[in-house]
Design a protein around this ligand. Structure first.
Ligand SMILES: [Zn+2]
Length: 162
């Protein structure tokens, strides 16, 4: 069961490395410039009705400037989405995810291991009979579900609510 900790830690480390490299190339915060979401594409080749936009890094360099053309742009919603997920946000999210994983550590003194935090099944029983959730708890499984399909993700981590 500790495999899920190693799996999540590897995902977080990979995301942090990618965000760090991105932050070096295009410092955060990123700002979106988005216009004309009801337009017809303005002949830019973009999907009709989504307008167009671009994203600039903190140094006011447009993220597309490396392409060597000021005509390159993205749809307005994608520009806003990209700016909202700049490296600064990724760093904060990773800090939260790592803290949550640490908080929901397994109590390995028990067999099976139990979550140190979660106690979800309280229905119909007296508090003296409550048992902490078997680990990995749903919180850890939900965090892992973000990475379903990645190498190392295991089918037994899929949440079965039946
Ligand atoms: Zn938990």
């Amino acid at each position: 069961m500790i495999e899920i900790i190693a799996f999540l830690t590897a995902q977080y480390d990979e995301e942090e490395a990618a965000a760090r490299a991105s932050a070096e190339a295009d410092p955060a915060p990123w700002t979106a410039y988005a216009v004309g979401e009801q337009s017809t594409g303005l002949g830019t080749g973009l999907r009709s009705g989504h307008g167009y936009g671009s994203v600039s890094a903190a140094d006011d360099v447009d993220l597309w400037d490396c392409e060597g053309s000021s005509m390159l742009c993205m749809t307005a919603p994608t520009a806003r989405h990209t700016a909202m997920h700049d490296p600064a946000r990724v760093f904060v999210e990773l800090e939260v995810k790592r803290a949550r994983l640490k908080l929901h550590s397994p109590d390995t003194r028990r067999m099976p291991s139990r979550c140190l935090v979660c106690l979800s099944d309280r229905a119909g029983r007296m508090s003296d009979d409550w048992e902490p959730d078997v680990w990995p708890c749903k919180t850890v499984l939900l965090d892992a579900a973000v990475y379903v399909g990645r190498p190392g993700y295991q089918k037994e981590w899929i949440i079965d609510d039946d």
